[in-house]
Ligand binder design. Structure first.
Ligand SMILES: Cc1cc2nc3c(=O)[nH]c(=O)nc-3n(C[C@H](O)[C@H](O)[C@H](O)COP(=O)(O)OP(=O)(O)OC[C@H]3O[C@@H](n4cnc5c(N)ncnc54)[C@H](O)[C@@H]3O)c2cc1C
Length: 526
């Protein structure tokens, strides 16, 4: 993984000339002034942990699994949001952990939490490091130091129960490895977020992730049937039946908890048979309203394709649904991609086509669907190229009920346009890619010329968008989570009693407050 960008450096690509021209002509984007920092030149705070603490950590995991090298600390600094990348490109490593610790078992995780609680060392659970909401930058205030608890060594598929269709994994398994391990049994999770190449199963559960095929396979939290969690107060072992009436479901307290209550050390996940066939196709709708009405019909009447994604007019004309062919316009109207996985892919397709046709869709054949499928993990690489070319580019997301979706869409769009100025106006694009009977998510992508301080520029836009989401009645996140960036808006969404409940759980499970301080919940007095 690139330390200041996304993904495999071998896959990085130059922007096509016509996209550079478009950026310049449409938005006035100019190349940034100085070169980006090199890994060696990133400025890090000195290691603050005393050697006695480092020795204590090493006594639990083995000295070879406690890293304090410049490179290891840089690679565990923050996550992969655009502000995170911009800070790294500027050489700012001020949020670096003092040490990176790689435990090899649940018992070692529990031992590390005990030591860190005694010595007041903050602990940041670290999966794939792909958080885009500031979930990996802990507050240092009041702590002797910060460690990144990298779960990469917990990377095994523990068991497959093919009768119940449940697989047990360790949390550090990356998504492609999970699919490879399951494929040997003819199974799949069906979880394909855009961060698929690097994110881990523990991170998906901790941040309530949702993948591109969520319409067919569900969100990640739908897949979790059981969890083991190491907390500073002991172990939680949750989930002994598919459904239960035995009181509130504490699994839901762990899902989305972003490491503030404990460290997930094992996950029992519902799996499905790997599909024998996959068909992706494109449809055109006259407007975003017509396209969302068709999606709603599919979500409420069925049959739902496994993948269902609709670009608004701006995203369609820019061609963002096809990152590998960006700049070759997707045409007018709104492009919808539908993907069927099965069997019975073909039968499902026939029934879905009838609904899409009735709702005014024009079939475009399989080519747009195949182009989307080939480029489905390319957009993050495109972001790096756009940042290097001098554009500020970032995404944000929300969700709402169908009846409120148009209001939410308008409110977020207008807030972003207002915050980023009108000369020339930024590009604000949107798509819907997760649908439910009662509503859907909205995923916005923004491109603007970089100002002198692009981090401040994005923070201005993000603050306006957060306020618009709260005001328009949406949720602050459909699948990115809360982290530090959404903490205040999340608190507004929960209300003071909800926040007090979270704080009470935190105080019981993590009395010293060492786990991810500053993330998810406001911590009283800090
Ligand atoms: C380019 C890009 C595209 C993305 N696309 C999507 C998408 O399509 N859908 C989507 O849902 N998200 C997406 N994300 C967001 C991100 O990938 C998800 O939030 C993912 O769930 C994070 O997984 P991770 O393993 O990288 O976790 P990390 O980023 O390492 O951690 C995320 C949070 O969970 C905590 N944590 C991690 N592991 C554990 C554990 N074992 N126990 C307790 N806490 C833990 C961390 O402390 C942190 O607060 C995208 C991000 C990027 C950069």
């Amino acid at each position: 993984m690139l330390w200041s960008g996304w993904g495999d450096p071998a896959k990085a690509r130059e922007l096509p000339a016509k996209v550079r021209e478009l950026l310049h002509d449409l938005l006035g984007v100019r190349a940034p002034r100085g070169p980006a920092a090199t890994l060696e030149s990133v400025r890090l705070p000195p290691v603050g942990l005393p050697s006695s603490s480092l020795d204590g950590l090493a006594a639990i995991t083995g000295a070879e699994h406690v890293l304090t090298s410049h490179e290891a600390r840089v690679r565990h600094t923050r996550g992969k949001s655009t502000p995170d990348l911009l800070r790294m490109r500027a050489g700012d490593g001020s949020d670096a952990p003092d040490a990176v610790v790689l435990p090899g078992s649940h018992e070692e995780v529990a031992g590390l939490l005990g030591l860190c609680a005694r010595e007041r060392i903050a602990v940041v659970p670290f999966g794939g490091g792909t958080s885009v909401v500031g979930g990996l930058a802990a507050s240092r205030a009041g702590f002797t130091g910060v460690i990144a608890l990298d779960l990469a060594r917990l990377d095994r598929l523990r068991s497959v129960d093919a009768e119940s269709m449940v697989a047990e994994f360790e949390p550090g398994v990356r998504a492609p490895d999970a699919e490879r391990l399951l494929a040997a049994h003819g199974l799949t999770l069906g979880h394909f977020p855009q961060s698929f190449e690097y994110a881990t199963l523990g991170g998906f559960a901790a941040a309530r992730s949702s993948g591109q095929a969520s319409a067919g396979y569900g969100r990640f939290d739908d897949m979790v049937v059981g969890l083991t969690v190491a907390t500073p107060s002991g172990t939680l072992d949750l989930g002994r039946a598919p459904k239960s009436a035995a009181g509130p479901d504490l699994r839901q307290l762990v899902l989305g908890s972003e490491g503030v209550f404990g460290v997930i050390t094992s996950l029992r996940l519902r799996v499905r048979r790997a599909p024998a066939e996959r068909i992706y196709e494109g449809w055109r709708f006259a407007s975003f309203a017509a396209g969302t009405a068709a999606m709603r019909a599919l979500a409420q009447e069925g049959p739902l394709p496994a993948v269902l994604r609709l670009s608004d007019e701006t995203e369609t004309v820019i061609g963002l649904a096809k990152p590998d062919a960006i700049g070759s316009s997707g045409g007018s109207g709104c492009l919808l991609i539908a993907g069927y996985e099965g069997p019975p892919a073909a039968g499902r397709r026939v029934a879905a086509r009838a609904v899409l046709t009735r709702m005014g869709g024009e079939p475009l054949g399989e080519e747009p669907g195949e182009v989307w499928e080939r480029g489905r993990f390319s957009a993050p690489y495109l972001r790096d190229s756009l940042l290097a070319a001098g554009a500020t580019v970032e995404t944000l997301e929300t969700a709402g009920f169908w009846a409120n979706l148009p209001r939410l869409y308008d409110a977020v769009r207008l807030s972003l346009l207002g915050a980023l100025g009108t000369a020339p106006p930024p590009l604000v694009m949107c798509h819907v890619s997760h649908v439910y009977e009662t509503g859907a998510s909205l995923y916005f992508t923004v491109v603007a010329p970089q100002e002198d301080d692009p981090v401040a520029q994005w923070e201005r836009a993000k603050t306006a968008a957060n306020a618009a989401i709260v005001e328009a009645g949406g949720t602050i996140s459909h699948h990115h989570g809360v982290g530090r960036d959404h903490r205040e808006a999340y608190a507004a969404e929960l209300g003071p009693v909800g926040v007090a409940v979270l704080q009470a759980v935190k105080a019981r499970l993590d009395p010293a407050g060492i786990l991810n301080p500053g993330v998810l919940i406001p911590v009283p007095g800090r």
